[in-house]
Design a protein around this ligand. Structure first.
Ligand SMILES: O=C[C@H](O)COP(=O)(O)O
Length: 251
């Protein structure tokens, strides 16, 4: 059986200025010991404006830094957009693509997300590709079909466990305090694992994160599920105590 190291990723979304972001990152860095002593990798994804500052804050520490989105092109006339290469240039090693807030608020399709993930790989970043159904889709019994289609449409050529992570985030669980049942999370992660065959060369080694109202009180039971290899955390990643408690809940 493949052993996958847990990944605990914090998506700060549109929160934090330089000072509080640096304080949060420094707090986490102070808690992280040598890699060999940990069961998990720790990642923070601040807003683009402070990625460089946060990368400097945690330089030399075992806290990785990532972006929350990138453009598919390396450069060009794209006002307001940021290339994956630009994220790498300021110290990011990761980037989230296809978050439901991008899919919904910016009408991003799986085809576009696939191009963005390809851009991440081109720039040497690890892509965290998000998938997840809406509440209406789940109520209609279409959750697995929706997620399978997003997965098939969003994973680029050349994706491997070394450069790609999948995050399952049911849209209705994000920021609501609601989560699927443990059985539903396990079933979806199992389905994603099965569907990764044919999409990546090493499906058993790909990390599949769960995201959506992860907090210290539910982290252990979620992270204890088969095929849950970490968490993509929103609100609770803004408090060092909570984010650290979630990381500590890794089995
Ligand atoms: O990217 C993170 C997710 O959207 C989860 O957010 P949340 O933990 O605030 O529910």
């Amino acid at each position: 059986m493949t052993v996958r190291r847990y990944l605990i990723a914090g998506n700060w979304k549109m929160h934090c200025r330089r000072s509080d972001g640096a304080a949060l990152a420094a707090d986490l860095a102070a808690r992280v010991g040598p890699v060999a002593d940990r069961r998990f990798d720790l990642l923070v994804c601040p807003p683009a404006t402070i990625i460089g500052a946060i990368a400097q804050t945690v330089a030399g520490q075992a806290v990785a830094v990532g972006g929350q989105d990138c453009h598919a092109q390396a450069q060009g006339a794209h006002t307001g957009d940021i290339a994956a290469e630009m994220l790498a240039d300021v110290g990011a090693g990761w980037v989230i693509v296809g978050h439901s807030e991008r899919r919904t608020n910016h009408a991003e399709t799986s085809a576009l997300i696939k191009a963005k993930a390809a851009a991440a790989l081109r720039a040497g970043l690890t892509a965290i590709i998000c998938v997840g159904e809406t509440e209406a889709e789940r109520d209609a019994g279409h959750a697995e079909a929706v997620v399978a289609a997003q997965l098939a449409g969003s994973i680029p050529e050349g994706a491997t466990a070394a450069n790609t992570v999948v995050a399952y985030e049911p849209v209705w669980a994000i920021g609501t305090g609601r989560t699927p049942t443990l059985a539903d999370i396990a079933a979806m992660h199992g389905m994603i694992r099965a569907r990764l065959s044919g999409l990546v060369a090493d499906p058993d080694a790909v990390r599949i994160l769960y995201g959506g109202s992860v907090k210290p009180s539910n982290a252990a039971e979620i992270l204890g599920l088969l095929d849950v290899d970490g968490a993509l955390v929103g609100g609770a990643s803004l408090k060092a105590d909570d984010f650290w408690a979630i990381a500590q809940a890794c089995p």
